[in-house]
Write a protein that binds this ligand. Structure first.
Ligand SMILES: [Zn+2]
Length: 125
C-alpha cells in the first residue's frame, strides 16, 4: 500500500496523519490517496465492531465441550460476539454442531437468569 508519492513524503517525515483508535493515536505515513485508503479501512473495522452484540448459549445436561481451552458445560453460559442473531447462531453451530441447548439475546440475560449458572459467563470469541 505504498507508492512513489508515499515514499517521497516519508523521507521528510511529512504526510503523517493520526488516526484515533480507541484511546490511542496511530501515526500513518503516506500520500493523501493512501492515507485515505488506510483511514477508510480503519473506519470500516471500527463500524463493524460497534455493530457487535452479545448473544448467549447454554449447554445440555450431558454435553461438555472444550473451546479455545475453556470447558463449557451445563453450569455456564457461553457469550458469542456477533453482528446479528443469525451470525451468532451460525458460530454456535460451527463450534458445537447441534450439541448446545438454547440461544438467547441480551434481553433475556439478567441476574435471575445467571443465578442458574454457577460458573457464570464464558466468552467464546
Ligand atoms: Zn501513496
Amino acid at each position: 500500500m505504498s507508492c512513489e508519492a508515499c515514499d517521497l513524503k516519508n523521507e521528510g517525515q511529512e504526510g503523517i496523519a493520526y488516526y484515533r483508535w480507541k484511546n490511542a493515536n496511530i501515526a500513518v505515513m503516506g500520500c493523501d490517496v493512501h492515507l485515505r485508503e488506510v483511514f477508510d479501512a480503519l473506519n470500516g473495522v471500527q463500524a463493524e465492531r460497534r455493530k457487535m452484540q452479545n448473544f448467549y448459549i447454554t449447554f445440555g445436561q450431558i454435553h461438555t465441550h472444550s473451546h479455545n481451552g475453556k470447558t463449557l458445560d451445563k453450569d455456564c453460559v457461553g457469550v458469542i460476539r456477533a453482528t446479528s442473531e443469525d451470525e451468532g447462531r451460525k458460530l454456535a453451530f460451527e463450534w458445537f454442531g447441534k450439541k448446545w441447548s438454547m440461544f438467547y439475546t441480551e434481553a433475556k440475560v439478567d441476574e435471575k437468569f445467571l443465578s442458574f449458572f454457577p460458573r457464570g459467563l464464558i466468552k467464546l470469541n
